[in-house]
Design a protein around this ligand. Structure first.
Ligand code: S3P
Length: 164
């Protein structure tokens, strides 16, 4: 079985996935890292040179490839769980956990970091994007609110929820 972590940019998916994989003695995979390896380019350059549409094609390919794996904790880019095929593939691949956090924490977490989709965008755009994605994220099998929790506490909470 795999554990798939989804949620908006800046909710801590990658950090939590790495920590969870160690705690559960599972493999760690991250879709953005796999996309970067596949194209030998960082995500922001892929967006700049090839555009979001191409990024989404490669993202879907990577998701399809990793769905064949087992015993992995997989962190998935914030825009992947919006596509119906990706939703189906990821739900078939394992248990999908939505890491929910409020917009204030997201803004703090993404400040100063490279997020090509949000380049030059203000709070109203980010709020709209966040709200528009919420109905998709809600399709996860489990939802965990990460606000005010350290990554270690989130990992403990995930393990508890999976055991109960
Ligand atoms: C994206 C989120 C990013 C990355 C890309 C697009 C999105 O991943 O996949 O920049 O559409 O929300 P993180 O959620 O890990 O930041």
């Amino acid at each position: 079985m795999n554990i798939v972590l989804i949620g908006f940019m800046g909710c801590g998916k990658t950090t939590i996935a790495m920590e969870l994989s160690k705690a559960k003695d599972m493999f760690f995979l991250d879709t953005d890292i796999l996309i970067e390896r596949k194209l030998s380019l960082p995500v922001n350059i892929i967006f700049d040179y090839y555009g979001q549409r191409y990024f989404r094609i490669i993202e879907k390919e990577v998701i399809s490839e990793i769905s064949e794996y087992d015993n992995c904790v997989i962190s998935v880019g914030g825009g992947a769980f919006i596509d119906s095929k990706n939703i189906e593939t990821l739900k078939d691949a394992g248990i999908v956990i939505f890491l929910k956090t409020n917009l204030e924490n997201i803004m703090n977490n993404i400040a100063g970091k490279v997020r090509p989709l949000l380049k030059g965008k203000g709070l109203p755009y980010i709020f709209e994007l966040y709200e528009s994605r919420m109905p998709y994220y809600k399709k996860a099998d489990l939802e965990i609110c990460v606000d005010g929790l350290t990554s270690t506490e989130v990992v403990k909470e995930i393990i508890n929820r999976l055991e109960n």
